[in-house]
Design a protein around this ligand. Structure first.
Ligand SMILES: *Cc1c(COP(=O)(O)O)cnc(C)c1O
Length: 237
């Protein structure tokens, strides 16, 4: 596990990358939020992020996140950024402030019911497989109109925008770029046709945040560039 000095140095580097990418595309750094991704790291990673002033961290597995929440006394919020099985929707309200990876109508219904049970309005992002990568979750771009319509009809869900994970192609940045641009264009079109606000575009990770910011990302989800290479922790993740 890295120490907080290394983390804070990494944080400066990541913030510099974000600022440089914002500059290059004429955007303000205030338009792009950073979500530290603490998945697979010990609870200490979340603690360091909260101490550094972040109000939320991202986790991709419900049960792993719930265990960490019990161990963290610092005030902080948790976002679920990974695929969620419908039968675990009941764990979300009260534990996670937002679910970023809503990818099926069944999950929509289960989250809506769970939020109703807890009397809360649950914030969600819809995950779109904008790069049409067979290895990724998310609805396909051509299914997104219908999926958004279903999401907007859930009274206990607040749809804030979209999330995508670009296909893994480190040698060719144009793959990530076209994925991110196509999601931004899709979002812009849907905002017009549904007359709703969908401000959040959660796009970009350690390897492709510059492309995402250039394409209009409002939230980059960053793990390894802050906490260290995932391969050193657990090669299976
Ligand atoms: C792990 C993960 C990230 C962070 O990935 P890094 O490459 O470590 O920055 C972002 N988004 C999701 C959905 C993830 O599962």
């Amino acid at each position: 596990m890295i120490n907080s000095e290394v983390f804070l140095n990494n944080l400066i580097e990541v913030k510099t990358r974000i600022a440089t990418a914002c500059d290059a595309s004429g955007r303000s750094t205030e338009e792009v939020a950073l979500l530290p991704v603490t998945k697979t790291w010990p609870t200490e990673a979340a603690r360091m992020a909260f101490s550094a002033g972040f109000c939320s961290v991202g986790e991709n597995r419900v049960m792993e996140a719930l265990e960490k929440m019990e161990e963290v006394s610092e005030a902080g919020h948790w976002e679920l950024i990974g695929h969620l099985q419908s039968n675990k929707a009941k764990f979300i309200p009260g534990n996670f402030v937002r679910v970023q990876a809503v990818d099926s109508e069944k999950l929509l219904r289960c989250l809506d019911a769970a939020a109703a049970n807890s009397n809360c309005l649950l914030r969600v992002l819809l995950q779109v497989n904008a790069g049409k990568d067979p290895a990724k979750f998310g609805v396909l771009p051509e299914e997104t109109d219908g999926f958004l319509e279903a999401a907007l009809s859930c009274p206990n869900l607040k749809v804030e925008g979209f999330m995508t994970i670009a296909p893994f192609a480190p040698e060719d940045p144009s793959v990530a770029r076209s994925c991110f641009e196509s999601l931004r264009e899709l979002r812009d079109r849907l905002v017009g046709s549904f007359e709703v606000e969908l401000p959040e575009l959660s796009m970009g990770m350690s390897g492709d945040m510059e492309e995402a910011i250039r394409a209009g990302s409002t939230l980059v989800r960053v793990g390894s560039a802050l906490f260290g290479d995932r391969m050193q922790r657990n090669p299976s993740i």
